[in-house]
Design a protein around this ligand. Structure first.
Ligand SMILES: NC(=O)c1ccc[n+]([C@@H]2O[C@H](COP(=O)([O-])OP(=O)(O)OC[C@H]3O[C@@H](n4cnc5c(N)ncnc54)[C@H](OP(=O)(O)O)[C@@H]3O)[C@@H](O)[C@H]2O)c1
Length: 333
């Protein structure tokens, strides 16, 4: 089978397409024929050894897939050859076949698109956990989403609206603002590209304050970091919740007097660790997501499709901040 492999640490141009032997499922595992693999920012990081997890090389990146079961490992029940599924597999998705733990597989509902499905779980389940389990957001609260036209960002716009929040989208271009508004955001603010000097940082704070309104943002969802973080924290509401999700713009340092002044909480969101520690709550969140997807209350926006031999380009486009929504590599559909 073909696999796009990271053979040594580096950017997308270091990935190599190879023919490798078909993997065999071990106890509790499924082998799937990959239908589609969505690209996420962690794919940018994992091939450079900058992610929390560092798989032994060579490995194929690709953290979430849709697929069709083609071999069943010992001890697995409830799955048959030919069943279609969705899964977050961490890595290994940019290949014609992948091995999964059966416990991580989610049935692909009949009639649902495996390409959009491949782009559903990682971002939306992270956001479901972030906004509900960590952010305790409720209907009527104001939610500020940074990077609101990215994969994680658009999922927060949609889930925020599904919950009944007032959603303010913050993005780096008018085109991204239009996408966030089309996904349901109530208002949008366009920011510049950092890093910012003191004057620019102050102007950004004012822009956030103007757009969220006088009461501030009850929940701030930050999958961006960098110089955007402090400016956003300065517009938080009294007893607001600031959710730390990711750092494509860099890991910020925040002055803690801001937490005192607003009596607010700064809360981490680590979906993978939560899913391992609280599998039942994670399952429940995913069941809600699948129901909302079937009802079309949420809908991953797949902007671009690539072939497996173009997987490096797909990762490079995410890395250079040019994507709105998701890019997906169509492997076997
Ligand atoms: N905590 C968790 O459990 C968890 C789970 C999954 C992913 N994540 C993290 O969430 C973050 C977003 O992931 P994603 O898959 O949604 O990525 P994505 O689709 O690329 O979105 C990231 C957004 O960040 C903004 N950005 C600002 N500076 C950037 C830069 N220098 N390079 C690239 N983007 C930049 C961009 O929006 P603008 O141009 O509008 O600013 C971009 O749309 C990543 O850090 C990822 O590792 C965390």
């Amino acid at each position: 089978m073909k696999a796009l492999l990271s053979v040594h640490p580096g950017g997308p141009d270091t990935l190599e397409l190879h023919d490798v032997p078909s993997p065999q499922p071990g106890p509790g595992e499924l082998r799937v024929r990959v239908l589609a693999c969505a690209i996420n920012y962690p794919d940018v990081l994992i091939i450079e050894d900058k992610y929390q997890f560092k798989p032994p090389r060579p490995f194929a990146p690709g953290a979430e897939i849709s697929g069709e079961v083609d071999m069943i490992g010992p001890g697995v029940t409830g799955w048959s050859v030919g069943d279609r599924l969705l899964a977050v597999c961490g890595h290994g998705g940019l290949a014609e076949q992948a091995i999964l733990r059966a416990q991580d597989a989610i049935p692909l509902p009949a009639g649902c698109d495996p390409i959009a499905g491949a782009a559903l779980i990682f971002t939306y389940a992270t956001t479901m956990h972030g906004l509900l389990d960590r952010g305790h957001i409720v209907a009527g609260e104001t939610l500020l989403v940074l990077g609101a036209a990215g994969g994680i960002g658009l999922s927060a716009v949609e889930i925020g609206k599904a919950i009944g929040a007032v959603v303010v989208a913050a993005v780096s271009s008018e085109e991204k603002a239009a996408a966030a508004l089309a996904a349901g955001a109530d208002r949008a603010v366009v920011y510049g590209r950092g890093p910012f000097d003191a004057k620019e940082a102050k102007a950004l704070t004012e822009a956030f304050k103007q757009t969220v309104g006088p009461d501030g943002a009850h929940v701030i969802y930050d999958p961006v970091g960098g110089d955007y973080a402090e400016a956003a924290l300065r517009c938080i509401a009294w007893e607001g919740r600031y959710l730390v999700v990711g750092f494509p713009a860099g890991i910020p340092k925040l002055p803690l007097n801001l937490a005192l002044l607003k009596s607010c909480d700064i809360r981490g969101v680590f979906w993978g660790a939560f899913a391992a520690r609280e599998p039942l709550q994670n399952r429940k969140n995913i069941e809600t997501l699948i129901a909302w997807w079937k009802e079309r209350r949420i809908q991953p926006r797949v902007e671009r499709l690539f072939r497996l031999d173009q997987g490096a380009t797909a990762i490079a486009q995410l890395a250079n901040r040019s994507v709105i929504g998701k890019v997906v590599v169509k492997v076997g559909t």
